[in-house]
Design a protein around this ligand. Sequence first.
Ligand SMILES: Nc1ncnc2c1ncn2[C@@H]1O[C@H](COP(=O)(O)OP(=O)(O)OP(=O)(O)O)[C@@H](O)[C@H]1O
Length: 342
Amino acid sequence: MSQDTPRIEVRNLVTLIDTPRGVVEPVSGITLSVAPGETLGIVGETGSGKSVFVRSLMGLMPPGARYGQGSQVRIGPHEMTRLSPGQLRNIWGREIGLIPQDPATSLNPVRRIGAQLMDCILRDPNIAPSQRRARAVELLSLVGISDPERRLEVYPHQMSGGMRQRVLIAIAIALSPGVLIADEPTTALDVTIQRQVLDLIQRLQEEVQTSVLLVSHDLAVVAGRSHRVGVMYSGRLVELLDTASLLAGPRHPYTRGLLNSQAHHAPAREDLPTIPGEPPDIRNRPPGCPFAPRCPRASALCQARMPEFTPLSPQGATGFACHHPFEAGAQTSAAPVLRSVS
Ligand SMILES: Nc1ncnc2c1ncn2[C@@H]1O[C@H](COP(=O)(O)OP(=O)(O)OP(=O)(O)O)[C@@H](O)[C@H]1O
């Protein structure tokens, strides 16, 4: 596999979930790839399908969920949609590491930090049993935990939320996976700690050339840290753009609305409207573009037909799905606000 081969390659990913009220499709035809050493941000409102998407990438499907026909998810050399549970468990940690949302519930409360780290380290055939403790100390130092020898002996409740999140990052990188998925890694943390944790993920990404998928409902969190940003709406990828284009003026009206709504980070400004209305219920999606009912530019065409993804660069590394996109670079008044917070 060459240096340039994407580490993550997703083609037409559809995730279906059987529910008592019928089948729902929280992830609906997503295609994207992530290069070695690249950080791709994934942003979308609550319920847009981000969590089901990242779990589908890992083969960690919710109960009752399955891949739609023709879905492809390649992580490194593995086609995830075809693996057995045993094969998947072997890949988790080695090829793909997950930094979960909530450090408070993701660690075992009754086991010491060192023991939890050791569970991962002992899966590494290159680390001799006599070196495992040293490796645990090294990992805690790497994620910026001071006095690591002593911290191996403590329980999760004896650490702050930010420190627990660092431990989870140490666990995620213990086997040096080529891909790290950070699913809302800072939602549960206060703003200063948020920044430190994001800095840490970025530093690890740069030092080790990991590919990172950084998932957040908050565009400001991903904008300053990602090479490209994918915008999800109602289970679909509506825009995929490089960060410079995001700040210069996105093409999709939803991305613009999202950008404008980020003004909540700054003092209220009347010239930055938020998006009126609610996303559609996925049990009852409109036939055309799911954003049409809220979109100021929507026409009869949008109500009737879902727009195709229009690629703007080779292999669809960037593009948008909209019948009435904004002109490239057409300014939005929110970009300076976003630039100042990321
Ligand atoms: N196990 C499930 N059974 C049925 N529907 C589900 C299941 N899990 C998720 N969904 C639905 O799929 C949609 C997407 O959910 P998902 O949790 O992926 O959104 P999200 O963007 O990650 O939101 P949040 O930021 O709140 O986590 C939602 O409408 C949700 O109700």
